[in-house]
Design a protein around this ligand. Sequence first.
Ligand code: IDP
Length: 149
Amino acid sequence: MERTFVMVKPDGVQRGLVGEVISRLERKGLKIVGLKMMWIQEELAMEHYAEHAEKPFFQSLVDYITSGPVVAMVVEGKDAVKVVRTLVGATNPVEASPGTIRGDFGLDIGRNVVHASDSLKSAEREISLFFDAEELIDYSKSGEEWLYE
Ligand code: IDP
């Protein structure tokens, strides 16, 4: 089983899409093992997006992600990193396929509703950046025998 980091960004929270995003993850069969609402401060935003520090959109990205509360979560399942990226869709909502979260709910790359880790390495880094170990819950969910062979 793999764990990945997912976040409903401030635009997703303001537009009332938290339930929609969580629902899509749950319906796929993924298990939520960590979940909280938080308001990201500038320091955490800069660390989270450190790989983009030299990009021209870096400051606007930091401003965006700190502009309101977000919902941060850790989800677990088979190939979770790849599966969630597929559900989320392309970075630019204009190019994201219909049926994906960004394809169904976004129009602008700077307001793309959700974040999801792009690799197992990023997932591990982002989970430890946003969650303490004791905030992640190990449990089994009924029906797992119908989800996995
Ligand atoms: P990802 O979120 O799909 O992994 P990244 O390339 O890691 O995409 O970019 C992180 C975030 O930075 C994107 O989700 C988007 O909000 C923002 N971003 C990326 N490229 C641009 C751009 O060209 N202009 C404005 N914002 C951008």
